[in-house]
Design a protein around this ligand. Structure first.
Ligand code: NAD
Length: 300
């Protein structure tokens, strides 16, 4: 049984921390939100008064925070120095590659092993322990983190050195955003050309247009497997989070002078959809902006 510090018990972190506790580890949990702490306690975690207190005797520190500035702040001000030097530090948040590399470099300079380990999979996968982790860091750090990530996920992949997990995550999500938009406009065109969406799905899902956004996450209600489209685009992966990842991808592309026109177009379209009040809807709901059936909510 290891002592785990878990910082950031929101939509994703709450299920992940609960799975570590369920596996028999002693999880000392901290979040700025009292409600999140109460939920973690009910799931078998021990409430800590601060991130530094949670980390003070930890063998493992896991963070699941909103963005790069939170990750930098928590590591620089609460974890580095407070956690024992032998602890393995694991940041599972989705953040920019530059900050991920900086925090890992600072952690290594302070004598720690650390990986960036962002996830693919949403709230349901976090609760079920079926996330995919993409990891960046040294072989030694990856090997130390792996057994704990395996409790929370179904796949744990070492992508390369520091920041490689974040690079893999934003490249994957740029492809996902662009492929979802392409899938949406394709179904909208097919319908305008008089094709039944179920029939088009049966053809294209077995032809060269086949892709995950169509076969596993079809944006058309009633077509393909059950998806957020069948629940009025509730749950799933919010447009706001897709937009966050597309912005990170564009920032990364700019930093290395990469030409990413499809990613840029996807970012622009998701920005428009968020501004039309779609930020809280699943990202496949963008089909409603594309086929012109979206009704802007009164409060947007
Ligand atoms: P969330 O906003 O629900 O949770 C973040 C938690 O961090 C909140 O409870 C907040 O109170 C806490 N927090 C913020 N600053 C803190 C601090 N200084 N100390 C302690 N706690 C602090 O976000 P989420 O949906 O759980 O996402 C977390 C990360 O996972 C993000 O980087 C997100 O991009 C990524 N992600 C989310 C999903 C998803 O479907 N929600 C999927 C994949 C990746």
């Amino acid at each position: 049984m290891a002592k785990v510090a878990f910082i950031g018990l929101g939509n994703m972190g709450s299920g992940m921390a609960a799975n570590l506790a369920k596996a028999g580890h002693e999880v000392r949990a901290f979040d700025l939100s009292d409600a999140a702490l109460a939920k973690a306690e009910a799931a078998g975690c021990i409430r800590a008064a601060s991130a530094a207190e949670a980390a003070s005797e930890a063998d493992v520190v896991v963070t699941m925070l909103p963005a790069g500035k939170h990750v930098e702040d928590v590591y620089e001000n609460s974890i580095l120095g407070a956690a024992p030097k032998a602890a393995i530090l694991i940041d599972c948040s989705t953040i920019d590659v530059t900050t991920a590399r900086k925090v890992i470099a600072d952690a290594e300079a302070a004598g720690y092993q650390m990986v960036d380990a962002p996830v693919s999979g949403g709230i349901a996968a976090a609760e079920a322990g079926t996330l995919t982790f993409m990891c960046g860091g040294t072989d030694k750090a990856f090997e130390a983190a792996q057994p704990f990530l395996e409790i929370m996920g179904k796949a744990v992949i070492h992508a390369g050195g520091a920041g490689a997990g974040q690079a893999a995550k934003i490249c994957n999500n740029m492809l996902l955003g662009a492929s979802m938009v392409a899938t949406c406009e394709t179904f909208a065109l097919a319908q305008k050309l008089g094709l039944d969406p179920q029939t088009f799905f049966a053809i294209s899902s077995q032809a060269s247009g086949q892709n995950w956004s169509m076969t596993s996450y079809c944006p058309v209600p009633g077509v393909g497997p059950q998806t957020p489209a069948d629940r009025d685009y509730e749950g799933g992966f919010a447009t706001a989070l897709m937009l966050k990842d597309l912005k990170l991808a564009m920032e990364a592309a700019q930093s290395v002078n990469a030409y990413t026109p499809m990613g840029a177009e996807a970012e622009e379209l998701y920005t428009r959809f968020a501004n039309l009040g779609g930020a809280g809807k699943d990202f496949s709901a963008i089909i409603k902006m594309i086929d012109d059936s979206w009704e802007k909510p009164a409060d947007a």
